[in-house]
Design a protein around this ligand. Structure first.
Ligand SMILES: Nc1ncnc2c1ncn2[C@@H]1O[C@H](COP(=O)(O)OP(=O)(O)OP(=O)(O)O)[C@@H](O)[C@H]1O
Length: 302
């Protein structure tokens, strides 16, 4: 079995309102796959169908070889689902929550997970309501992993966290991926998606409008790159070859070109600098980011 998750032609309406119109994607084992889309694009709906929590009208979903429509009861073993922030009762402690989850999944108490997520010591017996958002997120992740799920589903895993909390969770997500867990994530954080994902899909108007690795998505875009070059002798400020054209702008001593193909531009510029007996003192290429691609794709959503 190559794919951990396969979603084929998924269509889902709430009453008259059609939200998904034939969504298809697949996630390989041990891959981090991010689903992006504007508010209301249908990310959570897709995830909830996948978890067997919602019925849908058309299409097929298979997770770890299990047909979600036919055997939703078999999914509990397979999935680890991170809770929403209001999901535990206010007075419950981390230790009690872990006990509860372990009993529910029929496994031994997993104090090791509370230690791994730094939820032992002073946090172990603190009421849930008194934990910070970051600590709650750590606890949710620890609980989601108590039965060693093969697939982890994360909906906005780092929303509202500070930089340190975000980095900690990112490290854990990478670690879980390295341990072979398949991770499906919905996020609005483009930098997070770009840094963590093996592949990304952008939902728009009820279908997957773009899909690929972060490199593929950004390389295939029509968004122009910016090339910044500074030389010691300033040879780019005058006498640039005709084919090159003058820089679009200069900034803090850098000549700046906008171009689709940075390599082509450099093949013209660098020989010119050398021919002028000049030396490059700094060179930067600003590529289109996943956020740029997202804005160009999802920005046109109805
Ligand atoms: N239970 C429901 N009944 C009716 N409409 C719903 C229901 N749940 C979601 N919707 C609608 O379906 C659409 C998709 O919602 P969904 O929550 O899946 O989007 P999302 O991409 O996760 O959005 P967000 O980024 O805001 O979380 C929205 O228009 C929403 O109003």
């Amino acid at each position: 079995m190559i794919d951990s998750i396969t979603v084929k032609n998924l269509s889902k309406s709430y009453g008259e309102k059609q939200v998904l119109r034939g969504v298809s994607f697949s996630v390989k084992h041990g891959e981090v796959f991010s689903l992006l889309g504007v508010n209301g694009a249908g990310k959570t709906t897709t995830i909830e169908c996948l978890e067997g929590l919602r019925k849908w009208q058309e299409g097929e979903i298979v997770v770890e070889g299990i047909s979600v429509r036919q055997h939703p009861e078999k999914l509990r073993k397979v999935f680890g689902v991170q809770l929403q922030s209001t999901a535990l009762s206010e007075n419950m402690t981390a230790k009690e929550a872990m006990r509860l989850f372990c009993v529910w999944h029929g496994v031994k108490y997993r104090g090791d997970l509370l230690t791994r997520f730094d939820m032992d010591g002073e946090y172990l017996n603190k009421p849930y309501a008194k934990l910070s958002t970051g600590r709650k997120r750590r606890l949710h992740l620890a609980l989601a992993l108590c039965h060693n799920p093969r697939v982890l589903v994360l909906d906005e895993p780092t929303a509202g966290l500070d930089v340190e909390g975000r980095n900690t969770l990112h490290r854990e997500i990478c670690r879980l991926r390295d341990e072979g867990v398949t991770i499906l994530m919905a996020t609005h954080d483009m930098a997070e998606a770009e840094a963590l994902s093996d592949r990304i899909a952008i939902l728009r108007d009820g279908v997957i409008a773009r899909e690929g690795t972060p490199m593929e998505l950004t390389a295939a875009s029509n968004i122009q790159n910016r090339v910044y070059i500074k030389t010691r002798g300033g040879s780019l400020r005058e006498n640039t070859p005709e084919a090159l054209g003058m820089p679009e702008t200069t900034m803090e001593g850098y000549s700046v070109w906008k171009c689709r193909d940075a390599a082509e531009l450099l093949l013209l510029i660098l020989p010119h600098i050398k021919a002028c007996d000049d030396i490059v003192s700094d060179l930067r290429i600003e590529r289109a980011s996943v956020e740029d691609i997202f804005l160009s794709v999802a920005g046109g959503a109805k």
